[in-house]
Design a protein around this ligand. Structure first.
Ligand code: GLV
Ligand code: MN
Ligand code: MN
Length: 413
């Protein structure tokens, strides 16, 4: 079904640039910071709600804070096609991660509305709460809330300032007490589709604006605490120390070796040494570990080896340790049926494309557990992401949104 309606590239770009102003640091080099439920995130949520209303969508915020803009179908009992992403960012992030998926979805659905085409299935544009996990250390909260994976424990998690998730929700005028009311059964959904920047260089190297995702790596996040003993840097001989920072350094290098050996990825992005004095031997160290692989079994081997190395290194250095698992999401594959829809649409639109795996994590990992899931990738400049220099061209964003529009027509037909 070739439909000649075009999404509005200029309008899409304007919304991207407007949203990008919210949480932007006056120093451009510091990018955008919209941590989940922060004042900046709340302002962005307000912007989004207004944009959805202006686009003539019916807006509803569920108990876990997911913002849902709905376009009714001709059969109100038909399962909904869900399309979305997130608008929270990492610390000093970029313009496109998440935002393009949400704003592109609004643009696509707005175009459907304007075209007057009647579709059987409702379409719900969703902006999921806290995809990134940058503030409370876990993420995918909105999609977990929607799929019924959330438990009360999540609300006791704390941010770096000691504020609990529950308190942050209340401060944001959201009360997650009825979080179970956010759950939607799989049979209420027909499919989930997400457009996202690639955050890698594959499309750029292949000179393609748009890609179709096949598999998504699943992340495991650990928080490791090492307890040695703080002591005098001058008066304590080297062989009488229990130095948490040296122990940490040794473990970090082991993580690199393990990730390379298994052809996965391993990252330590947050670390802290205490008490933190030039002339004090570090008594305590805390660090995060992010481990990913497209193959679950191999990832389990990676995780086991990391646990083993932490144990051996700590024993050797007489350091006590604790490991807390903060996130554990299985790698997943996109649905064959969704890949087929996207391939067909690209063919019809004469858009050259390719299939490729996805390194980053997305709400689609969670949504795939309850419904058919597919992802469209947009070329990223130099593959840079989670960084102020994150960039995708206006034309590429529009091409991907046209694919999204056309795919929605098929899925909601
Ligand atoms: C989110 O962007 C992640 O992959 O951690
Ligand atoms: Mn994202
Ligand atoms: Mn991200």
């Amino acid at each position: 079904m070739i439909v000649t309606y075009r999404i509005n590239q200029k309008r899409l770009w304007n919304t991207l640039m407007e949203l990008a102003k919210i949480g932007a640091s006056p120093n451009k080099k510091e990018g955008i910071t919209r941590l989940s439920l922060s004042l900046e995130d709340l302002e962005a949520r307000e912007y989004l709600i207004n944009l959805m209303k202006e686009s003539d969508l019916h807006v509803h915020v569920d108990p876990i804070g997911n913002i849902i803009g709905s376009l009714a179908g001709t059969n109100e009992n038909a399962p909904a096609v869900i399309v979305g992403s997130h608008i929270d960012t990492v610390f000093q992030g970029g313009i496109f991660d998440g935002s393009l998926g949400v704003l592109g979805a609004i643009e696509a659905v707005r175009t459907i509305k304007e075209s007057g085409i009647k579709l059987t299935h409702p379409i719900d544009v969703v902006s999921f709460t806290d995809e990134e996990g940058s503030r409370f250390g876990t993420g995918y909260i909105g999609s977990k809330g929607m799929t019924g994976e959330l438990t009360e424990d999540y609300f006791t998690l704390k941010d770096d300032k000691g504020l609990s998730y529950q308190e942050a929700f209340l401060q944001a005028n959201l009360n997650p007490t009825n979080y179970k009311d956010a759950v939607r059964n799989g049979n209420e959904m027909k499919a989930y589709i997400e457009m996202h920047i690639e955050q890698g260089k594959v499309l750029e190297e292949n000179n393609l604006a748009v890609g179709i995702v096949t598999d998504i790596q699943g992340p495991i996040w650990l928080e490791v605490t090492l307890i040695g003993s703080a002591d005098h840097a001058g008066a304590t001989p080297m062989d009488m120390r229990r130095d948490a920072s040296l122990c940490m350094a040794e473990i970090l290098l082991e993580i690199e070796k393990i990730a390379k050996h298994y052809e996965g990825v391993g990252t330590v992005g947050k670390l802290k040494i205490e008490p933190g004095g030039v002339n004090i031997i570090p008594g305590k160290g805390t660090f995060s570990v992010d481990l990913r692989h497209v193959d679950k079994q191999i990832r389990t081997q990676m995780v086991n080896e990391v646990y083993g190395k932490i144990e051996i290194t700590c024993k050797k250095r007489k350091i006590q340790f604790q490991i807390v698992k903060k996130k554990d999401v299985d790698p997943t594959s996109c649905s064959e049926s969704m890949i087929a829809v996207l391939e067909d649409v690209c063919k019809e639109l004469n858009i050259k494309t390719m299939k490729l795996p996805c390194g980053a994590g997305h709400d689609s990992l969670i949504m795939s557990k309850v419904t058919e899931m597919g992802m469209i990738f947009i070329r990223s400049k130099d593959g840079i992401s989670h960084h102020p220099n994150e960039w995708s061209e206006k034309e590429d964003c529009a091409t991907g949104t046209q694919v999204l529009f056309q795919s929605l027509l098929r899925l909601a037909k």
